[in-house]
Each structure stands twice: as C-alpha cells, then as structure tokens.
Design a protein around this ligand. Structure first.
Ligand SMILES: *[C@@H]1O[C@H](CO)[C@@H](O)[C@H](O)[C@H]1NC(C)=O
Ligand SMILES: *[C@@H]1O[C@H](CO)[C@@H](O)[C@H](O)[C@H]1NC(C)=O
Ligand SMILES: *[C@@H]1O[C@H](CO)[C@@H](O)[C@H](O)[C@H]1NC(C)=O
Length: 320
C-alpha cells in the first residue's frame, strides 16, 4: 500500500571527495556542515545550496555520533571508546575539546539532546543522561548492561524515550515528573534486531528492523496506555547488508521522514491523512552510508564508502 510508482530521482547538488571514512555528518545553525569519523573533523560552509570546504583537523578519536548544542555554539561527540566530549565549533580547528563528560564502557552509537538543551542522552550499552544545569554532571544511567543500543528518539513532549538495538525489543521509557527518573513502561518484543526508530508525533513512532523491506508504525492506544503496531509500509528495494549509524529522522515542518535501510536512503512524505508515501529512494550501492537531514528538512548530507564523497542533496523539490 501507499507506494508511489513514480519515484523522484535525486542527484547531489554538491560533492567533495574525502578518502578517510566518515561516520557522522550534521548541519549546524550557523550554516556549517561538520563531519567526523576516522580521526578527523571536516568542516564545510553551506551557502546557496553549495558546500564550501573550510578545513579539516586531525584528532585522535574515532567518532560515531555528533550533536550540536545550539545555545552555546558547541558540538558533542561520542567516540569508539565511549568518551563524550564537548567542543566549541571554532575549537574544532584546533583539535582541542572543552570538556570530557561521563564515559561509557563501549562505543557510542547516538547522542541526542532535549529541546531545551539541558539534558544530554547518550547510548552505548546503557543510556547515560547528563544534566547541563548541574555543570554537565552525570545524572542517570539507565538500561545498564544492555547488549547494544543503536538508537533513541525523544517524544515531542520530551517525557518519553524509545530505544532499540541488538536485543530484539523496543523499550519505552517515561520520565517521572517528580523525581525526573526514567522508568521502563513498555517492552515490545520483535523477531529481529531493531536498526532505527523515530517519533513522528506524540502518539506515533516509526520502526525499522534489520534487513526488513518494510517500516512499522506504532501508535499509542489510550485505553491500554501502550504503543501497538498500527501498520506496515513496504519499502521497494533492499539488499542483504546493513550498517550502524545514520539515524532515522523526521522533519515536522515538511513532514518528511528519512530512513536509511541497507544500501538505500528512503524519503517518505507523511500526508495529512497519515499516509506514508515513499517519494524517493537513493541507491548508494553500499550499506556504509552515513548522514543526516537539516532541521528545516531542505537538505540531506551523506558520505558513503562507494563514492567516498560528502554529498549534499536538496529535498525541497519534493512537491505534493
Ligand atoms: C552490569 O554488569 C556489571 C558487570 O558484570 C555488574 O557489576 C553490574 O552490577 C551490572 N549492573 C546491572 C544494573 O545489572
Ligand atoms: C486499543 O486496545 C483495546 C484493548 O486491547 C482494543 O480493543 C482497541 O481495538 C485498541 N485500539 C486500537 C485503535 O487499536
Ligand atoms: C528497484 O528494483 C527494481 C527491480 O529490480 C529496479 O528496476 C529498480 O531500478 C530498483 N530501484 C532502485 C532505486 O534501485
């Protein structure tokens, strides 16, 4: 159902060759694109739909996740050893971080912040919650000793957090309004490991299983107070390899959902009737694709190990 046969074809607006592997690429509010991976930061400016290479810095980390702190013009990085660091974005040029935060035991797969930017959530084999108001002191360590958490998504109202990973389950956590502790409120068992998930509003989230040619939509049931699967949307093409990284992302303004799956990046539009329409499928011919969508939903930035190029894709022509 809901598959548009006439897919939009996409060609990159701008590309730049980078030989070393990159694992995370983000847009910042001051018109920069920052990429990191194997012991390097790469910085571009983004002007009129073109990337301009500004510089690169050698540093010692293998970084899997970046997250910007808009209010202080800084960047959080999560590395292979479990270190969380804060960098001022101009500091990236000097390869000197500002501060090291609480450490995980293992590689960090994702770091996110809440809307107020006072809480940091970092996942690895547990989720570490760090409170900025308490001078970035660690405040909670939840789901300890989980095999590996691949991704997290925060509810629009910021009091629910969903996670999935290599444990064949989706876990839903809720924050207690009084003591602010996160408690497990639901566990959804699945047959295969979870690769990606993302809230699209307070009542719905989208979930991608490993090597599955569909996405599943879960909806909150007000009578049972639990999320339950409401539908499945078929994806056109998949291959038999997938890879970590490249979080699923939703832009509320444009109602665009980006989901990397196997060697494809699928672009969905969610209509006012809550239909999920796949409008584009970009084939990278490799499963090692990393990237993200800009917050306004206008651009996608990627790096993949086939082209070995940082590529900027425009999403605004997805007319409906
Ligand atoms: C996690 O594992 C470590 C080492 O095996 C153990 O000491 C610790 O108590 C465990 N934590 C939880 C919450 O189970
Ligand atoms: C919500 O759960 C109740 C109880 O299991 C069920 O009868 C009802 O059909 C569910 N609602 C939806 C929209 O699925
Ligand atoms: C998807 O698969 C079909 C049939 O194998 C093929 O014709 C089409 O080009 C593929 N599309 C993409 C985007 O790879």
């Amino acid at each position: 159902m809901n598959i548009s046969k006439q897919l939009n074809s996409h060609i990159p607006k701008s590309q730049h060759y980078i030989r070393e592997s990159l694992y995370t690429l983000i847009f910042t509010i001051n018109q920069l694109v920052i990429a990191a991976g194997l012991e390097k930061f790469i910085i571009y400016s983004l002007k009129n739909g073109q990337l301009k290479f500004l510089g690169q810095v050698i540093q010692n980390d293998i970084i899997f996740s970046l997250c910007q702190i808009k209010c202080s013009n800084s960047i959080l990085s999560g590395n292979i050893d479990g270190d969380i660091k804060i960098w001022h974005h101009t500091g990236l040029y000097h390869s000197k971080y500002l501060m090291k935060l609480q450490k995980h035991n293992s590689k960090i797969s994702n770091i996110i912040m809440n809307k107020d930017e006072d809480q940091i959530y970092s996942c690895s084999t547990s989720i570490i919650v760090i409170d900025k108001k308490q001078q970035y002191k660690y405040c909670q360590n939840i789901l300890q000793n989980t095999t590996s958490i691949r991704c997290m998504s925060l509810h629009e109202s910021q009091n629910k957090l969903i996670v999935c990973g290599l444990e064949k389950q989706i876990i839903i956590l809720q924050q207690d309004p009084l003591d602010l502790k996160w408690n497990k409120i639901q566990k959804i068992n699945i047959k295969i490991n979870g690769e990606r998930l993302c809230f699209i509003n307070d009542n719905q989230f989208v979930f991608q299983q490993y090597l599955k040619n569909q996405i599943q939509i879960f909806e909150f049931n007000y009578s049972t107070k639990q999320f339950q699967q409401s539908k499945e949307i078929k994806i056109l093409n998949i291959s038999n390899k997938c890879n970590f990284g490249f979080q699923m992302q939703f832009c509320k303004e444009t109602q665009i959902l980006i989901n990397k799956n196997t060697q494809f990046v699928n672009i969905f539009k969610i209509t006012s009737k809550n239909e999920f329409i796949i409008i584009s499928q970009i084939d990278f011919d490799t499963s090692k694709i990393f990237g993200s969508m800009s917050e306004d939903g206008k651009y996608l930035i990627t790096w993949d190990d086939k082209s070995r190029c940082v590529q900027l894709w425009e999403l605004i022509d997805l007319h409906f």
